[in-house]
Ligand binder design. Structure first.
Ligand code: ASP
Length: 352
């Protein structure tokens, strides 16, 4: 990891944290694949950043990774770096591959409690050096958003967000929905926090702001990853469901259900859910739909799940629910505590 301080006099100071992803890649003519290049080259490719009166320092992680290789260790590294440098910067921009960006943004949103500064994830579908790249606009606007302050000098968006394809979205509400469209992410259950056109228009009523700007955030780096995800589909077998729900390594299970939290009515399925609950597992119901909420009272099978003790994930994304479980379980071995906190809206991740 290396810092490259920028000596210019400035209005805002931004730390760019470069973790990898397509934005910083270029074609390797020998291997015919995309390979990461050095961060100084990114700044050469985006001279527009020099037009801002901001101090932009950068920090490059080593090794640079395709985000398919992201592990919770990277989130801990990012959280610890932001903690260490929190007082030196007005905002943080994280360059990250798109494939797991929604997971990382969700995780960081929980790992940093009482945030007072922007933490903006961005990346691109095309390398920043490519002729039609989306990387330049994404990076320049992400920096502008991270630097934006109101009349009192407070950050306009003191949240963990993803900026991509002209939209600023709450990080823990996003899902990657396209592997080729420049609008690669959606936030189905939460309005975008800003839209970039000729100017950047913020939806101030929807942005979460701290009660006390003077209090330093709390950084939580302890995560418990003993979570499995069961995606329901027609034809799923009792053996597969048993392996996922009752596996000895699993402390919590997210069931990705149909529609508003509905599952098949077969007795073996409810029996296995009850068996998992009797083993002490936390079971959380999240919908497979990109928009809408779980409501286990709507259909008979949903009601059976609720009666058995399955918890509602409300309108959380799977990425948000997973991150919330990692964070809460990392805080306590007490499942009653985790269950109670799951039901609360902690970082704007559910509508409640
Ligand atoms: N595979 C790349 C990554 O997630 C894709 C991207 O950056 O868009 O790192």
């Amino acid at each position: 990891m290396k810092f490259a301080p920028d000596p210019k006099p400035v209005k805002s100071s931004i730390l760019l944290i470069y973790t990898g992803g397509t934005i910083g890649m270029k074609a390797d003519p020998v291997e015919q694949t995309l390979k990461p290049f050095d961060f100084s080259q990114i700044l050469e490719e985006v001279p527009e950043l020099g037009k801002f009166a901001y101090r932009i320092d950068s920090c490059t992680f080593s090794p640079l990774i395709d985000s398919a290789d992201v592990e919770p260790g990277l989130w801990q590294k990012i959280a610890m770096l932001i903690d260490e440098r929190y007082d030196d910067y007005d905002g943080f921009v994280i360059l990250h591959g798109t494939d797991t960006m929604a997971f990382s943004a969700s995780a960081l949103s929980f790992m940093i409690e009482r945030l007072t500064k922007p933490v903006i994830f961005t990346g691109s579908q095309l390398p920043v050096g490519a002729a039609r790249t989306d990387g330049k606009e994404n990076l320049v606007s992400a920096v502008e958003i991270a630097a934006a302050k109101d009349a009192e000098g407070h950050a306009v968006v003191p949240e963990v967000c993803i900026y991509f394809g002209n939209s600023l979205m709450r990080g823990n509400r996003t899902t990657k929905v396209s592997s080729e469209n420049f609008r690669a992410f959606t936030s189905g259950n939460c309005p975008n926090l800003a839209e970039a056109g000729i100017s950047i228009r913020y939806d101030m009523a929807n942005i979460i702001r701290p009660e006390d700007w003077t209090r330093r955030p709390v950084f939580h780096t302890e995560l418990d990853t003993r979570v499995s995800i069961l995606k329901l589909h027609p034809g799923i077998t009792p053996q597969v469901v048993r392996n996922i729900i009752c596996g000895p390594e699993t402390r919590a299970v997210i069931i990705e259900t149909y529609g508003s939290g509905n599952a098949m009515s077969k007795k073996w399925f409810i029996d296995l859910v009850e068996e998992g609950l009797a083993m002490g597992k936390i079971i959380l119901n999240v919908t497979q739909c990109l928009a809408g909420s779980v409501d286990m009272n709507l259909y008979a099978t949903g009601k059976k799940l609720e009666n058995a003790g399955v918890l509602s994930g409300y309108d959380a994304t799977t990425e948000g629910a997973l991150a919330k479980l990692f964070y809460l379980m990392g805080m306590s071995e007490d499942n009653a505590f985790v269950t109670r906190e799951l039901d609360r809206n902690l970082r704007g991740e559910i509508t409640k």
